[in-house]
Design a protein around this ligand. Structure first.
Ligand SMILES: Nc1ncnc2c1ncn2[C@@H]1O[C@H](COP(=O)(O)OP(=O)(O)OP(=O)(O)O)[C@@H](O)[C@H]1O
Ligand SMILES: [Mg+2]
Length: 115
């Protein structure tokens, strides 16, 4: 099983959720985050105005987490890259980690059964 932490622009949430529904996702966690990537928080708007903000200007993004089977993960990743991309800096990232086990607390089910 894989955990996908999909960092997106806030305005892309509806598009992403549609896409994850197609993939029959099992559950979802959505968190408002602040952060910066390679550009250290410099936005296009700053560039137009000729302003160079101090390093580490944070920008709001959403973190959407879903745990899926290993087979489900690659098609989701491909769809996210195809559908969510605008081609502009700040489109986001997907962090992918292996999930060792899951427990459904109500039933005690483990692993894929608990997905
Ligand atoms: N290495 C990282 N570790 C933790 N969070 C990160 C990392 N890279 C990016 N993020 C988070 O993802 C958000 C979006 O990153 P972003 O899309 O700007 O990545 P990037 O590597 O700068 O790519 P691009 O050049 O396309 O902008 C950031 O605001 C930050 O919250
Ligand atoms: Mg960036």
């Amino acid at each position: 099983m894989k955990k996908l932490e999909i960092i997106i622009r806030p305005g892309k949430l509806d598009d992403l959720r549609e896409l994850l529904e197609v993939c029959e996702y099992h559950g979802i966690m959505i968190t408002n985050i602040m952060g910066y990537g390679n550009q250290k928080g410099v936005t296009d708007q700053h560039m137009w105005r000729g302003v160079v903000p101090k390093s580490g200007n944070t920008i709001p993004k959403l973190k959407v987490e879903c745990v899926v089977t290993a087979e489900e993960s690659e098609p989701i990743i491909r769809k996210v890259c195809r559908e969510i991309r605008t081609g502009v800096y700040g489109d986001g990232k997907i962090f992918i980690t292996d999930v060792a086990d899951i427990v459904r607390i109500r039933t005690g089910e483990r692993g894929k059964d608990a997905l």
